[in-house]
Design a protein. Structure first.
Lengths: 222, 231
């Protein structure tokens, strides 16, 4: 672990948050030593509210007293502050593609998960369109970052454990080996990576949480 | 120099604040580009091919390669033409994070406020509610300006930077909704720092020919609401 040369790094998070997981993975890859603070989102700490007064959300990374919020922004900050074990592509065009897919990849997935009938069909169509394009980004590569996990792998990494849970709960398989061979292989490679495997929340606990959230939303609509 | 730049195309529209962003960035870098104006209500083949995911403007096409999403395009421009003009993003990682954070905030609050306000009329109850939200957002941005500018002219310091472009590009529509609902948002009493900044922004070489007239946007709104652009 890179010992803080008088550096203090604290991560405020929540066990199930995919946004927090992104930061955890980046810190692991960069071998940065940090303190983790688990927040109770129903009873947010004064410190969290002080560090992220605008959105009051996790993750927040505090580095030598300075607070940075928004997971993707935190990833870029980590990349720029700790130069070793680079996670961003060097080429500006590659960077632009990675930044684009970091947010676009997940589009429609939540909608697919929390809706039914026609709404769900439309969401699914958009998810499939995106995954078809995302699949192409993996051609000739093990990870989106190439040989190693990079920014885009980290940004969409939640798909590797989130989508199987969504599939199980909705009883619909999206990422099959036939339809998306590269994405399917990537999910396995990513979740079994040394930087990721011990960080994943317990599957049953996470599945139960998502199941409850979905039920509550669907009930409210009906 | 010109030969090294390659072919630079921008798919956009005169009324879009998001299109204004790469235009200002390219101007700051002194990079010439070919503009492809989209017709409202009818997306071109080029746009659909270049942005299959969102089918939206702006799209920058550099040597045949498309880049989408205005904030991403501005970063691309800054990184690609890094030796031309001043740097658009700050150099310090924390300052960059702050500039990116407030840009996310701008995109979260301002376009939505404009979309909700522009179909309304003066005095409507909904207008009052939505106006409050916009006032509150601008108040936070006023504080951000004080912190980021550190007494200088722009969020970026002496030069227009990433956050100046992000917020500044929204000014034309803010001025347009001021006329539509007759509520003053760029109020010298409430947000003096931002009001003075907005004047400097508008006057800047790289900005002045890009920003549409508020009156033209008001007329555009009228046409939009009357269905003139429907296919």
């Amino acid at each position: 672990m890179e010992e803080a040369k008088g550096e203090e790094v604290t991560l405020f998070g929540f066990w199930s948050s995919p946004f927090v997981h992104r930061v955890t993975w980046a810190l692991n890859i960069k071998k940065i030593k940090y303190k983790y603070v688990e927040e109770d989102l129903c009873n947010k700490s004064d410190l969290l509210l002080e560090h992220n007064p605008v959105y009051k959300k996790v993750p927040v990374l505090v580095y030598n007293g300075k607070a940075i919020a928004e997971s993707l922004i935190i990833l870029e900050f980590i990349e720029e502050t700790w130069k070793e074990n680079s996670i961003m592509p060097q080429d500006p065009y590659e960077k632009a593609i990675a930044r684009f897919w970091a947010t676009a990849a997940g589009d429609g997935l939540w909608q697919f998960f929390i809706t039914e009938g026609k709404e769900r069909e439309e969401a699914l169509a958009s998810v499939i369109n995106n995954f078809e394009l995302l699949e192409k980004e993996l051609i000739g590569k093990n990870f989106f970052g190439g040989d190693r996990i990079g920014y885009l792998d980290i940004s969409v990494g939640w798909i590797s454990y989130g989508v199987p849970i969504f599939e199980e709960i909705t009883e619909f398989k999206i990422i099959t080996e036939e339809k998306f061979p590269l994405l399917h292989a990537w999910m396995e490679a990513f979740s079994s990576s040394e930087f990721v495997k011990d960080t994943l929340p317990p599957r049953e606990k996470l599945s139960e949480r998502y199941r409850k959230v979905r039920e509550a939303i669907i009930q409210k609509k009906n | 120099m010109a030969a090294e730049r390659g072919e630079v195309k921008l798919i956009g529209g005169w009324a879009s604040p998001f299109v204004a962003r790469p235009r200002i960035a390219l101007n700051l870098k002194g990079v010439a580009y070919e503009m492809f104006q989209e017709t409202v209500g009818k997306k071109s083949e080029l746009l659909l091919k270049s942005n299959p995911v969102y089918k939206k403007i702006p799209v920058l096409i550099h040597n045949g390669k498309p880049i989408c999403e205005s904030a991403i395009i501005v970063e691309y421009i800054d990184e690609t033409w890094s030796s031309d003009g001043a740097s658009i993003l700050p150099s310090d990682p924390y300052d960059r994070a702050i500039a990116r954070f407030w840009t996310v905030y701008v995109d979260d609050k301002i376009p939505d406020a404009i979309r909700k306000l522009r179909p309304l009329v003066k005095g409507s109850a909904v207008a009052e509610v939505e106006a409050e939200k916009l006032h509150a957002a601008l108040q936070l941005l006023e504080e951000a300006f004080e912190k980021c500018s550190k007494g200088k002219s722009f969020f970026g310091g002496d030069n227009i930077g990433y956050l100046d472009i992000a917020l500044g590009s929204q000014l034309a529509w803010i001025k347009a909704v001021e006329k539509i609902v007759e509520i003053k948002f760029l109020d010298k009493e409430k947000i003096p720092g931002l009001v003075a900044w907005s004047e400097r922004f508008y006057a800047h070489e790289a900005v002045k020919e890009v920003m549409p007239e508020a009156d033209r946007l008001v007329e555009f709104t009228r046409m939009l609401l009357s269905g003139s652009f429907a296919k």
